[in-house]
Structure formats: structure tokens, C-alpha cells
Design a protein around this ligand. Structure first.
Ligand code: NI
Length: 177
């Protein structure tokens, strides 16, 4: 396995739509393994292929004891109930802002062998991660969901060069995705 380099905000690849995966081959499984390792090394909760410069509909995630690699994910249903909480992103190291997300989501995914599964988020954190990563695959970033004043502040901090490079996560801060 090898560590991949995580693209930061400003890299145009983060604004592109990733393409459907059609070949469930060893190269895909190697990419998923490398992404999982890269995500763990960066102390993240999720990582989409765009974030390592690969335009394939694939993301990895980890929350508590559970982790996975989802291919060609599609939202089947989201709850009307909303959760609010701080969210971060490995492409915006050091930035965390309150971000509203549905409390629950169900997905249709393929695993890395091409088998189809229906997935229900088991926790609010899983729902948040799944929806954050799905956004990445469509070129959407968490700052797009922020309240106007938070978004302005985030953009100002980015312009000032405040994106911190990988750093230990302070206690109590949520894992970025
Ligand atoms: Ni992210």
C-alpha cells in the first residue's frame, strides 16, 4: 500500500464530477486500500477519490469500529430530520464550521468487487460522512453548505493562507472527511 497526496482547496479536481466505475478490478481495490490508509494517516473520517486526484466514484470512510469503501454510491432516501454540528474536510485542514445535514441516509452502493448493497447510516456521524463524500464526487464542497457569514469567514481564512497542513487533531474536534 502507498500513501497518496491529498489535494487542498483550490485544486480544480475538487470541483469536477467523478465518473462511474465500470471495472471492478485489482487496480480499483488497490486504490481503495491506498485511500483508506491515506485517510487514516491523516486522521480523517472519510476520503473521496477526487481528493487524491482520481475522478472515480469511490470513497472510503471510517467511524468507530466500522469502515468501508463505497463505489458508485447513490442516495435512495434522506431523513427530513436535520442534524447540526461542526464539519471539516481533509481538503480544508484546520477549518471546522457548523454544517446542516440530514440525520439519516440510505444509499445504494457497489462494493469493490462490484456487488450491489443497500446501506443505511447507523449513526448521525455516518450519515454526515456519507453525504459529505457523495458531495465530493459531484464537485460539491462542505463550504457550499455553510451559513453565509461562516462561508465568508472561511474564504477569508483560506485567502490568508490559514489552511493548516496535516496536524494532530485536538481533543473534541470532529474528524475531517
Ligand atoms: Ni471532504
Amino acid at each position: 500500500m502507498s500513501l497518496l497526496s491529498i489535494r487542498l482547496f483550490g485544486d480544480p479536481v475538487l470541483r469536477l464530477r467523478a465518473g462511474e466505475v465500470t471495472d471492478f478490478d485489482d487496480a480499483l481495490r488497490r486504490l481503495a486500500d491506498d485511500m483508506l490508509q491515506t485517510m487514516r494517516e491523516a486522521d480523517g473520517a472519510g476520503l473521496a477519490a477526487n481528493q487524491v486526484g482520481v475522478l472515480k466514484r469511490l470513497f472510503t470512510w471510517e467511524a468507530g469500529d466500522e469502515h468501508g469503501a463505497f463505489v458508485n454510491p447513490e442516495v435512495l432516501e434522506t431523513s427530513e430530520e436535520i442534524q447540526e454540528g461542526d464539519e471539516g474536510c481533509l481538503s480544508f485542514p484546520g477549518l471546522f464550521y457548523p454544517t446542516k445535514r440530514p440525520l439519516r441516509v440510505s444509499l445504494r452502493i457497489n462494493d469493490v468487487h462490484g456487488e450491489e448493497h443497500k446501506i443505511e447510516s447507523a449513526t448521525p456521524l455516518q450519515a454526515r460522512i456519507f453525504l459529505h463524500e457523495l458531495d465530493h464526487l459531484n464537485g460539491i464542497l462542505f463550504i457550499d453548505h455553510l451559513a453565509r457569514h461562516d462561508r465568508k469567514e472561511a474564504m477569508r481564512r483560506i485567502r490568508n493562507g490559514e489552511l493548516e497542513h496535516p496536524r494532530p487533531r485536538p481533543e473534541g474536534e470532529p474528524p475531517p472527511a
